[in-house]
Design a protein around this ligand. Structure first.
Ligand SMILES: NC(=O)c1ccc[n+]([C@@H]2O[C@H](COP(=O)([O-])OP(=O)(O)OC[C@H]3O[C@@H](n4cnc5c(N)ncnc54)[C@H](OP(=O)(O)O)[C@@H]3O)[C@@H](O)[C@H]2O)c1
Length: 322
């Protein structure tokens, strides 16, 4: 495993990490979840991503049970808040009340005294930003959170949070969690990476395989046991388009020439950006973890020629001249 700094902080995160969305606490049972997490840990993964909303708090409970037997200091554990957790108007968003109450629930379910990272899962238009920044700063002072961050915030919103923190001497957001994969790259490459360089935060990026499309598993329909086959995940199917499938088939040829799988190529490609501190992978079985972790071996094979070949296939380089 390689470890990267979380922006200009002292925290080191594994270049590849494992997230708990969709899968653990719902799609697969406890033993499978545990085997995936342990497989990742054995590959050197230290960062495991979670959120209170995943499996309606169930994913945090699963992680709590698994890490109960592990050395907490070796783990970088995150959670997130924002999405409504009930009909109560205060059980959502980034108000001081919800932040202070949510963190207690997450700590309890995870069975830990502190979160290494705590994310504002989206921007909250209904709460003054200063209220959120101050509440997060308080959590850091209380020792319940070590680093706080944002997810799917615009660069301007992160900059505003920085300015508030600087003005009042508060802890600044240290990490952003955006979606980033070969089909979804514009915001990370054009907007967030320059902002991250300026302000010194790190990016930990999600859905590196576009929910599995980049593995090639959807090239001939929806296989049984896959994410898109899940009853409550059917909304994702609109992201499978013929154009993407055609590109995946061409990417498979590049992968074949490099002696790797399309999944490994897709994950490795994200690590070419130094502003990416960690790529958060997902897996419904341990074999997928083993396959995905080998993406690290592909990173040195991404020579300028290979990168150019990939750009010709993707045709979506945000920096390409018109
Ligand atoms: N901040 C946010 O708003 C946000 C949003 C989404 C995700 N996330 C985070 O990012 C993490 C990763 O996102 P993601 O799960 O969408 O990642 P992904 O890599 O795009 O998709 C992972 C899924 O693809 C399939 N897969 C993975 N490796 C495979 C392989 N080698 N061969 C075949 N199939 C494979 C598995 O699903 P099946 O086997 O079921 O098909 C797996 O669960 C999440 O767990 C979460 O922590 C954050």
């Amino acid at each position: 495993m390689n470890y990267r700094s979380l922006g200009r902080s002292g925290l080191k995160v594994s270049a590849l990490s494992l997230g708990f969305w969709v899968t653990y606490g719902s799609q697969v049972g406890f033993e499978t979840a545990k085997s995936c997490m342990m497989a990742a840990y054995e590959h050197g993964v230290n960062f495991f991503d979670n959120a209170e909303v995943y499996a309606g708090k169930g994913a945090e409970e699963v992680m709590g049970k698994i890490i109960a037997d592990m050395d907490r200091s070796k783990l970088v554990i995150s959670s997130k808040l924002y999405w409504p957790m009930s009909d109560d108007p205060n059980d959502r968003g980034l108000s001081r009340k919800h932040i202070m109450e949510s963190v207690e629930g997450s700590l309890k379910r995870l069975g830990t005294d502190y979160l290494d990272m705590y994310f504002c899962h989206r921007y909250d238009d209904e709460t003054p930003l200063e209220e959120t920044v101050r509440a997060m700063d308080d959590l850091v002072h209380q020792g319940k959170v070590l680093y706080w961050g944002t997810s799917e915030w615009r660069a301007g919103q992160i900059s505003n949070a920085y300015n508030i923190a600087n003005q009042w001497g508060l802890y600044r957001p240290q990490v952003e969690q955006p979606q980033y994969n070969m089909f979804h790259r514009h915001r990370v490459e054009n907007e967030l990476a320059p902002n991250a360089r300026d302000l010194g935060y790190g990016m930990v990026v999600w859905s590196p395989l576009a929910s599995g499309i980049l593995t090639g598993k959807y090239n001939d329909g929806i296989p049984a046991g896959s994410r898109m086959g899940l009853e409550d995940m059917q909304w994702l199917r609109k992201y499978i388009t013929q154009e993407k499938l055609d590109k995946v088939k061409l990417l498979a040829e590049v992968a074949g020439d490099l002696g790797c799988t399309t999944a490994q190529l897709s994950i490795a490609w994200l690590l070419r950006l130094p502003e990416v501190s960690s790529v958060i992978t997902g897996a419904s079985r341990a074999e997928q973890v083993h396959e995905n972790m080998k993406a690290l071996e592909v990173v040195p094979k991404l020579t300028p020629d290979v990168l150019e070949r990939i750009e010709k296939i993707l045709q979506n380089d945000p920096n390409a001249e018109e």
